[in-house]
Design a protein around this ligand. Structure first.
Ligand code: PBE
Length: 268
């Protein structure tokens, strides 16, 4: 029915991801800022969100999801991010590397490597897509590294061998940090002789474990907006090694065939 609003068609529901994700808080803020009082954000998970998106697209139905760049969904589907004139989702952001205090003294090589790790959104997106297409994570990392030896050598430059030392990294089950953590693990193990344990945790514990010194590093801090509250809580107890990627973006994402372009259009 042509006259049915997008809100009615969707029962005023936006498909979200896990409750601890920064983008979920931003989406809640968006409902307030744009006075979308009758809308709600349904929490799910990154995987459930992309499954719902795929299903809606197969059926040519409307759907609104919490979405972010870089992500393989933009390579697989024809999507658009709704304009956010109030800037609730923070605009263009960056991803930082955080390590525990004392890492520099204990493992200067690993510290230097983490400090030098830096790449582009397209790189991350390629690895994400390859994992999504079913490639085993370390295999996807290996293939990407073999195609980007020059870039990888800038990360390992001047870093001494780890002689089998153990490094523990925490990560969350978001496809970006799964991909990046696996690339870093591959390089540390195969180029620098470290042993890397990747520990899957919830968002809060990802920061807390590095702040408490239980983990050595995490490479998925989305800043300055997405993970602002986590960073504020833990920043005194962490070493922030700065940006490893710039050009991320969060927002509300819809299939291109939907005839809305802005979050403001949801009021109708
Ligand atoms: N994300 C991907 C995360 C950070 C990485 C945008 C889903 C979040 O919202 O916290």
């Amino acid at each position: 029915n042509e006259s049915t609003s997008v809100g009615e068609k969707l029962e005023y529901t936006i498909t979200g991801i896990d409750p601890g994700a920064g983008i979920m808080g931003q989406a809640e803020d968006a409902l307030k800022e744009y006075s979308l009082d009758n809308w709600e954000i349904q929490s799910s998970s990154g995987a459930a969100m992309t499954a719902a998106l795929e299903k809606a697209i197969d059926e040519k139905k409307p759907i609104i999801v919490t979405g972010w760049i870089p992500h393989w969904k933009f390579m697989r589907f024809d999507l658009k991010m709704l304009d956010d004139p109030k800037g609730v989702f923070g605009g263009e952001e960056q991803i930082n590397t955080l390590v525990r205090k004392g890492l520099e003294e204990d493992m200067p090589g690993a510290y230097k490597f983490f400090d030098q790790f830096n790449w582009e959104p397209e790189h991350l997106q390629d690895v994400m897509l390859s994992i999504e297409e079913g490639k085993e994570e370390q295999k996807a990392a290996e293939e990407w590294v073999k195609e980007h030896e020059d870039l990888v050598s800038t990360w390992t430059e001047g870093v001494e061998s780890g002689n089998g030392k153990e490094i523990k990294m925490t990560y969350v089950s978001w496809s970006d940090v799964i991909a990046s953590s696996n690339v870093v693990k591959y390089v540390l193990e195969n180029k620098l002789d470290y042993n890397v344990e990747l520990v899957l945790v919830e968002p809060g514990p990802m920061f807390a474990s590095v702040a408490e010194g239980d983990a050595d590093a995490m490479i998925g801090a989305w800043l300055p907006s997405t993970h602002k509250s986590y960073l504020e809580q833990y920043k005194e107890d962490l070493v922030d090694l700065g940006v490893n990627l710039t050009g991320t973006r969060n927002g509300l994402v819809v299939p291109s065939y939907m005839d809305i372009d802005s979050i403001e259009d949801l009021k109708a």
